[in-house]
Design a protein around this ligand. Structure first.
Ligand code: WT7
Length: 632
């Protein structure tokens, strides 16, 4: 996309009546107030939630960058997501609406019945010996049980690790092993565009080398025949029929800083890292950002299209909406099956008010034309949202005009698995510039720095950093404090390095450009070049591999891999196809390279590091830049 169109200077002003009625009627006024007293701002938000015991200190920064929030406090996020609603006006309100891919399966849960289901699952987990601090791997499709499982773990104080159900057995095994999970919750299969994807088979393969796992709970979804290990595997419906599943289950009081979950995400080097989030700060952060940015009201039906396997699903499909007492909508399927009007049909039928999705989805749906959305009454929509990668102006305009009918502001939210909550985002009272996420959230400050750590001039590109701690920030990388400090806090001591390049304009709006490290965003999914490369070299024909991201019209970036073959193997289109499939099977279909190039040699530095920058410049026909360190 051209630079001029990204910085077009077009501004969309909020409707004054709607802005005045929003939770944040005057964006700049609240920004100024929160900037003057960020801890006061966060303490006031925390006080809107319930705590078993209040905090001694809002922020303890005595051991930075190991920040602690709400120290001394006791709570449990499930108390605020569910328990506190049971005695109030939300008891019979819909908490969760779920629709299956086939369109006929449909379930709804009030806060009362959500509690019943979560309690049942918590009782089962407890009977299987799961308790505070234990790790539980959740590998489920987008079905209600994924929500129950996350909340049941949290209720008991166990740490969940949700793995996106599109990851391969190898990836699953790595993550189960790293977290030393004692239990896995999965399903027989998932529905993907009308066919069965055999999840349980993948779990079986992953568990061949997973000594820590004692039990597997299997939810029946697709109903096909699956192998069950009588000592290890249990049907969920059999377990819930047992007396152990009955009766109440106490919500475990947790220290605010106790771990809520870990979530694996890709980094620049090596294996995926487990981002660690806690009960107290994460709860306050997701609650506040969702309420203010998407202006959640009692009567709203909120739809976040993300999968619970990613942070967006954790924060804004499950936890955030329940914390605000909203009705959250979850759809098992994708946007184009059986036809490309599926999402628009659901918005109409269920009267969705706020719709939060990713630019890649918008771009793919745009290609089917306006006739599909125009068949539906989308007038229930009040606000739209975008996340995952920069949104190009064409996609922004289409989303705004065709889906929002020019009436719905688009909240472009920049954040990360690490940040847990929105960091740069508007609210409905901030004028919008298409392609910009607006300004740092209340209480937050961001900066753009040059290599030496000096702030760059407005309009110049540089490294995006966050200047102060925030409640939902990651606390560390699970069992790897050193890598936590090195990755995020060592380039510019005292400042959080986001890993993105960005610009700030003269009005203080931030414009994200893209990753500066070896992370590639493909269709909004985060992948590391190292993961793709190690999947490639696990193929017997491959000696060496390098992966880069190249611009792609729909996906944002697509993976281009360069492969050096082992002696005795010849390049061929058939082998290229085989390697693409290999990555798909051994890592994930989302990581499947679009192109494979066979080469004799990879450009490397004299110390042996692959120069992906040079490969990228060559592939794009650009200047290779400084190649003085190139060993050729
Ligand atoms: C990376 C984080 C947390 C949301 C899902 C992704 C990119 C995310 C935006 C946005 C431009 C964005 C960044 C970031 N990103 N949102 N609104 N505009 N870029 O979480 O998988 O941890 O990826 O996604 O590059 O660093 P994630």
């Amino acid at each position: 996309m051209s630079e001029s169109s990204r910085l077009s200077g077009e501004v969309f002003y909020p409707d004054p009546v709607a802005a005045a009625a929003a939770h944040v009627p005057d964006h700049e006024a609240l920004r100024a107030a929160a900037a003057a007293d960020p801890l006061g701002f966060w303490a006031a938000r925390a006080a809107e939630l319930e705590w078993y015991k209040p905090w001694d200190k809002v922020l303890d920064d005595s051991n930075a960058p190991f920040f602690k929030w709400f120290t001394g406090a006791s709570t449990n996020i499930v108390h605020n997501c569910i328990d506190r609603h049971l005695s109030g006006p939300y008891r019979n309100k819909l908490a969760l609406i779920w629709v299956g891919e086939n369109g006929t399966d449909h379930q709804t849960f009030s806060y009362f019945s959500l509690n019943r289901e979560v309690t049942k699952m918590a009782n089962v987990l407890k009977a299987m010996g799961v308790g505070k601090g234990d790790r539980v791997t959740i590998y489920l499709p987008r079905i209600p049980e994924v929500v129950f499982a996350m909340l049941a773990c949290a209720k008991l104080g166990a740490i969940h690790s949700v793995i996106f159900a599109g990851f391969s057995a190898d990836a699953l095994q790595d993550r189960i092993g790293d977290s030393e999970s004692k239990l896995v919750i999965t399903a027989d299969g998932s529905w993907v565009n009308g066919s069965v994807f055999k999840l349980k088979d993948i779990v079986d393969e992953a568990l061949r080398f997973s000594p820590t796992v004692e039990n597997v709970i299997v939810v029946r979804r697709t109903g096909h025949e699956v192998a069950m290990d009588p000592l290890r595997d249990h049907w969920y419906h059999d377990l819930t029929a047992l007396p152990i599943a009955k009766g109440p289950c106490a919500t475990e009081p947790m220290d605010a800083e106790d771990t809520l979950f870990i979530l694996y995400t890709s980094g620049s080097t090596g294996k995926p890292k487990a981002i660690l989030h806690t009960h107290g700060g994460y709860m306050v952060g997701t609650y506040t950002t969702l309420k203010y940015t998407f202006d959640i009201r009692d009567e709203d039906r909120w739809w976040c299209t993300a999968d619970p396997g990613w942070i967006t699903g954790h924060s804004y499909l499950v936890y955030g909406p329940l914390l605000t007492g909203a009705t959250t909508f979850m759809f098992e399927g994708g946007p184009t099956y059986p036809y490309p009007n599926r999402w628009w049909q659901l918005i109409e039928y269920y009267g969705i008010n706020i719709f939060y999705t990713a630019p890649t989805a918008i771009r793919s749906l745009m290609r089917f034309g306006e006739a599909w959305p125009n068949r539906h009454d989308l007038s229930s929509l009040r606000l739209l949202g975008s996340v995952g990668e920069p949104i190009n102006p064409e996609a922004w305009q289409w989303f705004h005009r065709v889906i929002g009918k020019g009436q719905c502001p688009i909240m472009d939210t920049w954040w990360q698995t690490e940040t847990g909550m929105f960091q740069i985002c508007p609210t409905p009272s901030l004028p919008l510039k298409p392609g910009s996420g607006g300004k740092p959230f209340f209480g937050q400050e961001a900066e753009i720095l040059d290599e030496a750590g000096q702030p760059v001039a407005d309009g110049e590109e540089g490294f995006l950093v966050l200047k102060n701690p925030w409640p939902a920030m990651l606390r560390t990388l699970y069992r790897d404090d050193e890598r936590y400090v090195k990755t995020y806090w060592s380039k510019y001591p005292g400042k959080y390095l986001a890993g993105d390049s960005a610009r700030r304009d003269k009005d203080g709006y931030f414009w994200i450009i893209g990753r500066t490290d070896d992370v590639i965003k493909v269709s909004g999914h985060r992948l590391g070049t190292a993961e793709v490369e190690s999947a490639l070299v696990s193929h017997p024909a491959v000696a060496e591999a390098a992966a880069i991201g190249l611009p792609h019209e729909v996906k944002g970036n697509a993976i281009h891999a360069f492969v050096v073959l082992r002696l005795g193997h010849e390049p061929s289109p058939a082998l290229a196809e085989e390697l693409r499939k290999h990555v798909s099977i051994h890592l994930s279909p989302i990581a499947k390279p679009d192109w494979i190039d066979f080469t004799e040699k990879l450009p490397k530095t004299r110390s042996g590091k692959i120069m992906r920058r040079v490969l990228k410049a060559r592939a794009l026909g650009q200047d290779e830049g400084d190649t003085t360190t190139l060993d050729e």
